[in-house]
Design a protein around this ligand. Structure first.
Ligand SMILES: Nc1ncnc2c1ncn2[C@@H]1O[C@H](COP(=O)(O)OP(=O)(O)O)[C@@H](O)[C@H]1O
Ligand SMILES: [Mg+2]
Length: 321
């Protein structure tokens, strides 16, 4: 069943929804030092940073920075049956190629279509030339481990890997959602590509209502399974990783994206210094009151455990703040 979001927008305003101007003026510009942005705007740097702090990330197989390195890339790829190619400075799922298998010397995309090595080479050339990078600057192509998603997502994900976004202010998890790939999003969990966003109760890790394009939905459009009431596995670990990203980066206001691998558990996929605001729609709740509460109390919270307890106590679903 679908309920048009338009009816809920007014209510959202009353609930303290943060708009782009307020987010920029009062959160990102105020709490995120410009010199720290490169740590999260380049996925290679984020990976290196996380590894140094013993936070798990998908394994890196290769980095291609020049046309000359592409030959070596094809040699390296002989050893891997599946992998993901992405622009280091990309966003919104653009330029990401998920290879799920091989047939002779051809590469199989998630949708089953085969790609010749020359096509793969061409895709990497486009990444390097900056076609998908912030500001169109020359970029690097990262080739990494293809995450095998946790079985809990089997019936509520179409082909691709869901990711879990947590908004963190001064190390306190404030709001969360899981993004579920659909046929439309082509195996990527980006909302603009057509993925579903389902709010998550910070206290329990259970999914709430979900939003797809402009509608509230209850079932996954491709699989037909209910998307609410699913408990995200390893929820406390996920909150702990998110909270630690404050110390990891020094960024006060942060979006942490985590994927859950069947064998490896939670892995950081990327960090965002200007996280989007549609998490509020997925949760049917504004961020403002939660953010103000953290601003008021974070100095009293001594460590990660206290920050998580604070979040669970104050931001539990159904708690009026
Ligand atoms: N290593 C991976 N394994 C499987 N799927 C991935 C991997 N990396 C990215 N994806 C898919 O692509 C989406 C976007 O990837 P991400 O690294 O967050 O880039 P972007 O900055 O473009 O959002 C993810 O949400 C996920 O669905
Ligand atoms: Mg992403």
């Amino acid at each position: 069943m679908k309920i048009p979001l338009i009816h809920t927008c007014k209510r959202l305003k009353e609930r303290g929804v943060v708009g782009i101007n307020r987010r920029n003026a009062e959160y990102t510009l105020k709490y995120n030092k410009r010199k720290l942005y490169p740590l999260v705007d380049d996925k290679l740097r984020t990976k290196q940073l996380a590894i140094l702090e013993d936070i798990a990330v998908p394994d890196l197989y290769d980095v291609v920075e020049s046309q000359a390195q592409k030959k070596e890339m094809l040699d390296i790829l002989k050893y891997y049956n599946d992998f993901v190619i992405k622009p280091a400075r990309g966003s919104g799922g653009n330029g990401i190629l998920v290879i799920s298998g091989k047939s002779k010397d051809m590469f199989r995309k998630l949708n089953g279509v085969l790609m010749a090595p020359e096509e793969l080479n061409y895709h990497v050339s486009k990444i390097i030339s900056g076609m998908y990078s912030l500001g169109g600057h020359p970029d690097k192509a990262l080739i990494e481990y293809k995450v095998q998603f946790d079985p809990v997502f089997e019936v509520i994900s179409y082909l691709g890997v869901p990711d879990i976004r947590v908004i963190v202010l001064f190390g306190v998890p404030v709001m969360s959602m899981v993004r579920l790939p659909t046929r439309l999003s082509d195996g990527k969990a980006n909302l603009h590509q057509g993925a579903i966003g389902a709010g998550i109760d910070i206290a329990t890790g259970k999914t709430l209502t979900a939003v797809w394009r402009n509608d509230i939905i209850y079932e996954h459009p491709d699989t037909g399974y209910p998307v609410s009431g699913i408990t995200i596995p390893s929820w406390d670990i996920l909150l702990t990783i998110s909270a630690k990203c404050f110390e990891l980066t020094g960024l006060g206001y942060l979006g942490v994206d985590i994927v859950l691998d069947k064998k490896l558990g939670p892995l950081i996929l990327e960090l965002n210094a200007r996280p989007g605001l549609n998490i509020q729609i997925a949760n049917q709740t504004g961020l403002l009151k939660r953010l103000e509460m953290v601003e008021k109390h974070y100095k009293d919270l001594k460590n990660v455990t206290e920050r998580i307890d604070f979040a669970k106590q104050n931001f539990a679903h159904g708690k009026i703040i």
